[in-house]
Design a protein around this ligand. Structure first.
Ligand code: DX5
Ligand code: ZN
Length: 213
């Protein structure tokens, strides 16, 4: 299992230190939640802060856009050369065009699905994607409870991916811990995002990442 800790649960007073801790602690990606206060009822960080995160990180950034104007934000973050940029299908009229734009910057394109969105919504985009991100909470906040229906969705998506693009990864985000990670793995999930589980772990971020793996 690949692990992408979400820095939303980090201590923003010591952000560079907390980014270095997960990278040294064995994470695979650094998950960055960008919220605009419109698509979701919360507001997080923009390119100035994400640039500082990129400087501290020794693993690729996984930028999760939760915004209304996807193209604007893709152009804003592309110069930071993240590993992945994902955008929500619920907020994009021309997803195929945006996938191509993300790829034109040398960045891996990904699409995110809210808890209610069926995997069939992106069936005909799978061959152009490097990753699909399934939300297992409603986007906007860390520390929420895991929505179990994501397991069935991951299984259905995995079957579609095997048929259309076996290289496409499945990532799950929200309420992930050392208990539900087993079921996620069995459902075909490749990457888990974990915010509060990693940063609030009683032992260390390293122990948290190791337990998810
Ligand atoms: C929620 C974010 C998540 C969040 C996960 O909108 O997309 O990445 O930080 O936090 P936990 O793991 O605490 O649910
Ligand atoms: Zn996220």
């Amino acid at each position: 299992m690949l692990v992408a800790p979400s820095i939303l649960s980090a201590d923003f007073g010591h952000l560079a230190e907390d980014v270095r801790a997960i990278c040294e602690g064995g994470c695979d990606l650094v998950h960055v939640d960008v919220m605009d206060g419109h698509f979701v009822p919360n507001l997080t960080i923009g390119p100035v802060v994400v640039e500082a995160v990129a400087k501290a990180a020794t693993k690729p950034l996984d930028i999760h856009l939760m915004v209304q104007n996807n193209t604007f934000f893709v152009e804003l973050f592309a110069p930071l050369k993240p590993g992945y940029i994902s955008f929500h299908i619920e907020e994009e009229k021309h997803p195929h065009r945006l996938i191509q734009k993300i790829r034109s910057y040398g960045i891996k394109p990904a699409i995110t699905l809210n808890p209610h969105t069926p995997p069939e919504a992106i069936e005909f985009l799978l061959e152009d994607l490097d990753m699909v991100l399934l939300m297992s909470v409603n986007p906007g906040f860390g520390g929420q409870s895991f929505i179990p229906s994501v397991i069935e969705k991951a299984k259905r998506l995995k079957a579609m991916i095997e048929k259309r693009n076996p290289d496409c990864l499945i990532e799950v985000d929200g309420g992930v811990n050392d208990k539900n990670v087993r079921e996620l793995e069995a459902a075909g999930v490749d990457i888990v995002v974990a915010g509060s589980y990693v940063y609030k772990h009683p032992v260390s971020v390293e122990a948290a990442i190791a337990s998810l793996k």
